[in-house]
Design a binder for this molecule. Structure first.
Ligand code: FAD
Length: 363
């Protein structure tokens, strides 16, 4: 018996969920979204991400499980499918004790542990010897991670889904239950998967008040400094971050950033952009030629994205809304890529429960 499935949302959460579901030929999938890969919009977080795998889930949490379960899938994609736009990259993390209580320090508290759970997940983990740490840095870690060129990876996911028979359509919904009536077969969907990110705050039938943004501003440059790096914080403000990552396949280098909670401003703040560029060069002088400052950076674009944070954490749950079976998979904050497969596995398990109940009801 065929299953009619609607995935609402074409960010990394919706596309990864659709990709996994599309591997079962019994599933007829329609992906519906206001924004699709190729668009750049403040309501669409996924294109703005770096994106890399820097685990932040606390030991023993569901978040940790999602990140742990995502690494093997990202590794396999990197190994097997160079056309997906993901590459392995050396990674350096610097930790300063004074950042412990700041927003960025708390966000990265698991990442910056000297003995973190992810040391057995990523390859080549080691602590940086103290005599190799720059002044002001208390500890450091090195490992191999991945950097995802989102401009290549998101379309690659679309391509995999289309190859497996999924149909993509633009649509905007005021209420989640309405999406069940937009399946490409004309029949009602058996289940709708809600992957609308921050918009779950305003989408009818969901109206999740726990959702809020953490604004991330970036500068994309043509310079290539080599390994990825990140620090636990900066001296420019509690909610200003520092990270550098060069994307695969000519995607440029992302200089970040910020983690500004409850800030919805879509426009780049040029003062913040200056601070981002200055501190990246300070920590990573080989971004530019010797003796150069920010004039040595070759800028592709400035950007702002809103990380879809949720008080209480990501929501992966099923419920009935106006008689429609809905599986939620939203609220992935700053970890939507590095937890993408782990979260999608859990969402797919819930979809299977819904479909089994449907089959039982028909017997
Ligand atoms: P989104 O990408 O926002 O997609 C939502 C989808 O739902 C869109 O297609 C939208 O059009 C659709 N939609 C919403 N409402 C409706 C509606 N009513 N009708 C129809 N369609 C609708 N994560 C990492 O793992 N690693 C990183 O290095 C990283 N770096 C980041 C850096 C920045 C600057 C930012 C902003 C984020 C970063 N993230 C990173 C986080 C990551 O980008 C997000 O967690 C992730 O993109 C969320 O994806 P999503 O699919 O849930 O939501």
């Amino acid at each position: 018996m065929a299953n009619n499935i609607v995935v609402l949302g074409a960010g990394v959460s919706g596309l990864t969920t659709a990709y996994l579901l599309s591997q079962d030929p019994a599933n007829r999938i329609t992906v519906l979204a206001k924004h699709m890969p190729g668009d750049y919009d403040i309501e669409y977080a996924s294109p703005w991400a770096g994106a890399n795998y820097m685990p932040v889930g606390k030991e023993g949490s569901a978040h940790q499980k999602w990140e742990r379960n995502t690494w093997p899938a990202l590794k396999e994609i990197t190994d097997k499918y160079p056309e997906a736009g993901v590459h392995f990259r050396g990674t350096l993390i610097y930790n300063r004790k004074k950042d412990q209580e700041s927003d960025t320090g708390k966000w990265f508290s698991e990442l910056t542990q000297p003995n973190p759970w992810y040391k057995d997940v990523v390859p080549d983990f080691k602590n940086v010897p103290s005599d190799q740490l720059p002044t002001g840095v208390d500890s450091g870690q090195e490992f191999t991670s991945v950097c995802i060129n989102t401009a290549v990876y998101l379309p690659w996911l679309v391509g995999q889904c289309v190859k497996n028979g999924a149909v993509f359509k633009r649509a905007v919904f005021k209420h989640i239950a309405d999406a069940a009536n937009a399946h490409h077969t004309g029949q009602k969907a058996d289940v709708v998967i809600n992957c609308t990110g921050l918009s779950s705050k305003t989408l009818g039938g969901v109206l999740d008040d726990k959702m809020y943004p953490a604004r991330g501003q970036i500068v994309v440059v043509r310079n290539d400094p080599g390994p990825m790096m990140s620090t636990s914080g900066t001296d420019d403000g509690e909610d200003e971050a520092l990270y550098i990552m060069t994307r695969a396949a000519g995607g440029g280098t992302i200089l970040g950033g910020s983690y500004q909670k409850h800030n919805w401003d879509a426009l780049p703040d040029m003062n913040l952009a200056n601070r981002i560029m200055k501190r990246c060069i300070e920590v990573c002088p080989n971004l530019v030629k010797e003796g150069q400052g920010i004039e040595g950076l070759n800028i592709i674009r400035h950007g702002v994205g809103l990380r879809p944070l949720r008080e209480g954490g990501t929501r992966i749950e099923k419920e009935k809304v106006d008689g429609v079976a809905v599986v939620h998979n939203y609220g992935h904050g700053g970890f939507g890529y590095q937890a993408s497969f782990g979260c999608a596995y859990d969402a797919v398990a819930l979809v299977k429960e819904v479909l089994q109940n449907k089959s039982r009801a028909k017997l």
